[in-house]
Design a protein around this ligand. Structure first.
Ligand SMILES: [Zn+2]
Length: 181
């Protein structure tokens, strides 16, 4: 395989990725925006590859997974499936027709005493699927990488306040469940 040079940090590797036909190392690739204009802006700001050394060393996301992500990115999406309430449009996450249902779920969970099981059945979801929705940072416009929260490139569909209140209630429920076990 041929070595290419990351256009942003100059890191040379056989495992670099192509995005918008521009070579990027796995780290710069991971943080790159998905719209072409923002992407051009991103790669025009150069950084020193040494600054990313510890990232490279301790990167938790495996290369095979990143390769899959690259492939899918070139097919128009960076995830296998968009979160409930979103869809992919030209490779970008955008609110889907049912996006208001997400807010309804959050509101109903927060303001009523409905159980997770009842709420999931009402909306035709699995309990685990519902839990994933209620704790998904995508809904406030963020993305999670390596257990860190970053600003995403997509539109939020619920408020941060509502999201935080729901996280608090989920935490309380978890504690109650632990005590009952
Ligand atoms: Zn790079």
């Amino acid at each position: 395989m041929e070595r290419t040079k990351c256009i942003k940090c100059s890191y040379e590797s056989e495992d670099n990725f192509l995005k918008f036909e521009i070579p990027l190392c796995s780290i710069c690739y991971r943080f790159s925006p998905n719209t072409e204009n923002k992407f051009k802006e991103y790669v025009s700001e150069k950084i020193n590859s040494n600054a990313l050394d510890s990232f490279r060393k301790y990167s938790e996301i495996g290369r095979p997974q990143l390769k899959g992500m690259t492939l899918r990115a070139s097919q128009g999406s960076q995830m296998s499936r968009p979160p409930f309430g979103y869809k992919f449009s030209e490779g970008k996450l955008v609110p889907a027709e049912n996006f208001r249902e997400v807010e309804e779920l959050f509101e109903e969970f927060l303001t009523t005493n409905i159980s997770l099981r009842q709420l999931s059945q009402k909306h035709n979801l699995s309990v685990n699927g519902l839990k994933k929705i209620l704790s998904n940072f995508a809904y406030i416009g963020k993305v999670k990488f390596n257990n860190q929260i970053h600003q995403g490139n997509h539109q939020a569909i619920i408020s941060t306040t509502l999201f935080n209140h729901v996280q608090n209630k989920l935490d309380r429920l978890r504690k109650v469940n632990i005590q009952q076990e």
